[in-house]
Design a protein around this ligand. Sequence first.
Ligand SMILES: [Zn+2]
Length: 84
Amino acid sequence: MKHTKRITSHGSVSIPIALRRDLGIQERDAMDLEVDPQGRIILQPHVPRCCFCGEEEPTASVSGRRICRDCCRKALLILERGET
Ligand SMILES: [Zn+2]
């Protein structure tokens, strides 16, 4: 289904409530916005990712940043070896 919406003076575009209900998107949910190589804008529910490798569903949070188990292990190895 195609929806045509106008951008507000604040740069916002609303998502029709029926579509939000169908997709389970709720008020104040975080959304990811990206542009694909063809210039299309892709808007989808935010998926937490590791700030180092991009892995979905990171397991820990350090100073507000998400990190996956593998990157935690790599960081620990670096610390144990005394590398910088
Ligand atoms: Zn990672």
